[in-house]
Write a protein of this length. Sequence first.
Length: 313
Amino acid sequence: MRTRTTWAVLGVAAASVVLAACASTETPITSTTLVTTTVTSTPGSQPSTPAELTGAYLGQRLPGSSPESFAPGIVEGELHTSPVFTPDGGEVYWSLQDATIVMARLENGVWTRPKTVAFSASMTDYRDPFISPSGDTLFFLSKGKVPGSQVPEKENIWFVERAGEGWGEPQPLGDAVNALTLHWQISVAANGNLYFSSSEPDGIGDIYVSRYANGGYARPTILGASINTDQVELTPYVAPDESYLIFARMADQNSNPRLYISHVNNSGGWGEPVLVDRISYGLCPVVSPDGGYIFYLSSPQGVSWMNTEFISP
């Protein structure tokens, strides 16, 4: 019998997550109908940005092989995910613990002020964005009502597809994926395979994959014993080519979450994970589209980043 840290304890230990629940109906949007609200500057709670931020990665100085704070005073507040950039580096999205997604855009060489976004005028619950390697799909979690569903309110995976400079109508993934109890970060490979955490079947955190084939997602399968252990595994990031997986692991509710990396071995399975020992607290790892930098939550109120030289096996 496995003795493991429960999923219910996880939020207290990792990030003190309190999320709002809101019903939804969907309406299509374009770049001109995207609902945005400028995020005001409130110390310790809302992100802001100084004027005239220019250059890649919100104009921040590039880090080396040691962790550095990313965009302090800009990506801030009660954070729930790390920032994710579009492949061209021109947009960035991140999530707050009040079930909102924030974004900024590079326009005429200058970054806009962060704004909360909604992909439907009547859907108000948005969490944990992830952009596909191609940049044409944005996945997110929401407690929004799934049309026709009789399932009690829960977090489900939704997606929007690129429509011009904006995004299309939010759509939920099918029951094969959303039947599971889901939480926190989603990651998608270039072939569409979807990685995420679930508390099933025994109320603790494990990492699953749902493979994309023939235009749809198959029933998720739990990753093997090299990844999922007697501890809690969560917030996976998979390389676009599925050559490596980075994820967080917690020994118990009193332990800091630590990041581990696993590479595909010669037999095609996941190799034994290695601790990323430069990072003493890490959740929600995301690698930049160019593969050069890793972002991660280094506390519930801060993001750090460093280069990815540690990824080489």
